[in-house]
Design a protein around this ligand. Structure first.
Ligand SMILES: Nc1ncnc2c1ncn2[C@@H]1O[C@H](COP(=O)(O)OP(=O)(O)OP(=O)(O)O)[C@@H](O)[C@H]1O
Length: 486
């Protein structure tokens, strides 16, 4: 085992700190439901990338021997150590292992190699609820009721275990192929005092992080902005924001910057569209109560109040997972079909390269560029774009987008590399049409997402508007900001 691998192994070894009577005992390993397997990335056939998180990339992966399909969450060890995220990863792994509910993404097993940690998660083939909302514009009240009820059912389970998710939002509500909800991304989870899971936690993960900002600006409750202990009410506020977004297509507190969003939240500046029913308006209004303990679901009667709210009239809570889900709106196919995000994978760019063949395009040194490069270089790559890269440069993100002009639009290949470099290329003439001046300073280079497919790249000299037909505006923003903050 290499030194780094060994280090990581010990950092991630999860052990129990206390016995059932609370006394501190000799450490003992936790029996995991999802075992640590001995497999390698070569045991999988890798498919499309489901998404990119702040320290991970999630891909569709089929286990060659069994044919089972997983969502493989790949995390770069070096990046996790550097960013002090080890405790968070450990906590996420531990919590996912303990959760057993049809409304929560299941963890099947984990493994690791020299560079990466892997979590084999239940694959949610229906994508994010966020995409359903944006593809449909907004959801009908029946559709929203169905999804909200499934979220409530899973949240009740999570809260009963003494856990607060802290990042409930439509991007973290995934859908099965049939269209049922699965709550994902437990990277911000917070166990309450007394929660059983606390017994197994590493010190850093169990420290009270209530005063630390976690989550996503638009769904953050006001009390988190004036640090106070985390409560179940945090998730109920986020549920209110999510329900509002399902019904209207946008979050209740949207604005040009996080600071402005926070001002709206603190002022509880909410406007309800006319078409919201009285029941929907009332439930959202109650969930967005400034006092977390007054939000339905947070009081002494637990979830009874929430489940009995008139908005949920007609919901049979005992058969919630057996009801017919709303029809899924499918992703538009790219006319070019040459978006690398859907192409097959190049295994040699994943994980422990010492065990794999050499000589692939875009494989940069992880020593040199760290997390982003390693994750980015996982993508397979159409060789025609290679001519626009230096020998050591690799692609972070690439897709065919429309560059919007006043009256017309033009298809270009937008390419982001680890250099960092951001260029757009004429796909038929294969010439660089623009090189967007890179800066790590967000005042000199920033991304504004205007819709799921639309985004603006803003520099002091000009603002360029793009449309990504595959609706990855948010991922472009994440990728560019990820590089700026590296
Ligand atoms: N089990 C899964 N099945 C299908 N897609 C998934 C699954 N888990 C995650 N994804 C997709 O991958 C994306 C990245 O997931 P991940 O949990 O790593 O990051 P994230 O939710 O963006 O978290 P972060 O808050 O760390 O940035 C998600 O937004 C989601 O679209």
């Amino acid at each position: 085992m290499l030194a780094m691998e060994k280090d990581f192994d010990s950092m991630l070894r999860i052990q129990s700190n206390s016995s059932s009577d609370g006394s501190v005992q000799r450490s003992q390993s936790i029996p995991f439901r999802a075992p640590q397997e001995n497999c390698t990335i070569q045991d999988f056939e890798l498919g499309k990338i489901y998404g990119v998180g702040s320290y991970s990339k999630v891909v569709r992966a089929k286990k060659k021997d069994t044919g089972s399909v997983y969502a493989l969450k790949i995390m770069d060890k070096k990046f996790i150590s550097k960013e002090n995220k080890t405790a968070y990863v450990k906590l996420e792994r531990l919590v996912l292992d303990k959760l057993d509910h049809p409304g929560i993404v299941r963890l099947y097993f984990t493994f690791q190699d020299t560079f990466s940690l892997y979590m084999a998660l239940e694959s949610c083939e229906g994508g994010e609820l966020f995409d359903q909302i944006t593809r449909k514009g907004r959801l009908s009240e029946d559709e929203a009721r169905f999804y909200a009820a499934e979220v409530v059912d899973a949240l009740e389970y999570i809260h009963n275990l003494g856990l607060i998710h802290r990042d409930i939002k439509p991007e973290n509500l995934l859908l099965t192929a049939e269209g049922h909800i699965k709550i994902a991304d437990f990277g911000s989870v917070k166990p309450m005092q007394g929660c059983k899971i606390m017994d197994f936690l590493p010190k850093a993960a169990s420290d009270d992080r209530a005063s630390t900002f976690v989550g996503t600006a638009a769904y953050v409750p006001p009390e988190v902005l004036n640090p106070s202990p985390a409560t179940f009410g945090n998730d109920l506020w986020a549920l209110g924001c999510t329900l509002y977004q399902m019904l209207s297509g946008t979050s209740p507190f949207k604005d040009a910057s996080e600071w402005l969003i926070f001002q709206r939240i603190i002022a509880r500046n909410i406007q309800f569209p006319d078409y919201f029913s009285d029941e929907a308006r009332d439930l959202i209004d109650r969930l967005l109560d400034l006092d977390p303990s007054r939000r339905p679901g947070a009081g002494p009667n637990g979830y009874t109040v929430l489940k009995k709210h008139p908005f949920f009239k007609g919901v049979d809570w005992s058969k919630i997972r057996h009801q017919m889900p709303p029809k899924l709106a499918m992703e538009l196919e790219s006319p070019e079909g040459d978006d690398v995000y859907d192409s097959s994978w190049n295994l040699s760019h994943v994980g422990d390269s010492s065990r794999q063949p050499e000589g692939n395009i875009g494989a940069a040194s992880s020593e040199e560029f760290g997390h982003i490069t390693r994750l980015g270089s996982i993508d397979s790559f159409d060789s025609k774009w290679q001519q626009f890269l230096d020998p050591s440069e690799s692609v972070i993100m690439i897709s065919m987008v429309k560059k919007m002009q006043k009256l017309t639009s033009k298809k270009v290949q937008l390419i982001l590399t680890n250099k960092p470099k951001l260029i757009y290329v004429d796909p038929s003439k294969l010439i660089v049409k623009g090189n967007i001046m890179w800066s790590n300073n967000p005042d000199e280079l920033s991304i504004q997402v205007t819709s799921p497919s639309g985004f603006k790249i803003c520099t002091p000299k000009k603002v360029l508007s793009f449309e990504d037909v595959k609706q990855r505006a948010y991922q472009w923003k994440k990728a560019i900001e990820g590089l700026q903050n590296r």
